[in-house]
Design a protein around this ligand. Sequence first.
Ligand code: PBG
Ligand code: ZN
Length: 326
Amino acid sequence: MEFPVYRPRRMRRTETLRAFMRETSLHASDLIYPLFVEFGTGVRREVPSMPGVFNISLDQLPAEIDELKALGVPAVILFGIPSVKDEAGSGAYAEEGIVQQAIRAIKAHDPEFTVITDVCMCEYTSHGHCGILDDDGYVINDVTLEMLAQAAVSHAEAGADMVAPSDMMDGRIGAIRSALDAEGYSNVPIMAYSAKYSSGYYGPFRDAADSAPSFGDRRAYQMDPANSDEAIRETALDVAEGADIVMVKPALAYLDIVRRVKDEFGYPTCAYNVSGEYAMVKAAARNGWIDEKRVVLETLLSMKRAGADMIITYHAKDAAKWLKEG
Ligand code: PBG
Ligand code: ZN
């Protein structure tokens, strides 16, 4: 019997040797926690399909931020649930809108904590689509760009550290960049949802944000799950228009896209570990079918290994706790 010269198992014998060999690491500082904020006081309502995730009212934000900070999670991405929705999604750019107030509440409590805002229309439109509709129910691209730019500027005005457009309209990064620059916010970066797929994995989010489209679906603006080259073209546009961070969403079923985007552009890359991915893990864990800690840390690590520099994840608090325990 011939033995190979290189025998990898030699370097797996002890934890010290394994640590020498470890190529990828996961830290709490890589994580961004999504927050669903609404009006009212004393609200802390668990999302039925996302155990452990809560819709909270503005007054709950300081405690929430303190908890994240203590865990070492450095940033949140805000989603707003307005009190009223209309055809034009006017709550998205209202000065006293829910996200605008949430930003101010967090910044009043802790100016150092990083606040990212999701920029889209679907939580604010009565029809639940990510933009303004024409008579045929088609999202009108360039009219929507103006609304998105207004929303982004209103977030920056309220003190957001970064804006993250998730609408998938053509030209949105350029439109938002110009608007931010024109209003004096050239230091506010844009995290672009560059390769955002039309995905079944967003189901639980749409329950939480009450943002499911009232008719049709999002296939006329979000990407076809069959496509990979197109993700490169989408990302190239966002980079050319001034994106500071590019994002792939969802994460787990699209790790090949994360890797391609990272290799192709070498840009700071974010993976969005979405609501349906969270719900599946939670459901299996609750049934005792998987070891939640092991599976969550392995999953998040896989996103880092695929090329993500940061991860938006509903597991952020748990993961940070587990990373602390070691
Ligand atoms: C809004 C938006 C969605 C998500 C983030 N921003 C939903 C959608 O596009 O329908 C999904 C996040 C998740 O599933 O966790 N455009
Ligand atoms: Zn949307």
